[in-house]
Design a protein around this ligand. Structure first.
Ligand SMILES: [Zn+2]
Length: 67
């Protein structure tokens, strides 16, 4: 989940040989574009959840009361 927009997304890890143009160790949020550190030995492809998947996520992970 992105620490900036607080929205969930999915990411998949691939080995370094998968794509020479990838930013290894960085996971980009598909919603706001913030990059999060991941496994530096892998590249990460992220994608947003579907509307239904995100709704289910929000039911299971209610928003923090911190404002
Ligand atoms: Zn985001």
């Amino acid at each position: 989940m992105s620490p900036l927009c607080q929205r969930p997304f999915q990411s998949n890890q691939f080995s370094k040989s998968f794509d020479a143009f990838a930013d290894y160790g960085l996971i980009a949020c598909p919603h706001c574009g913030i990059t999060i550190k991941g496994n530096v030995d892998s590249m990460h492809l992220s994608h947003a959840l579907s509307t239904q998947e995100e709704a289910e996520f929000n039911i299971q992970h209610p928003a923090s009361p911190l404002q």
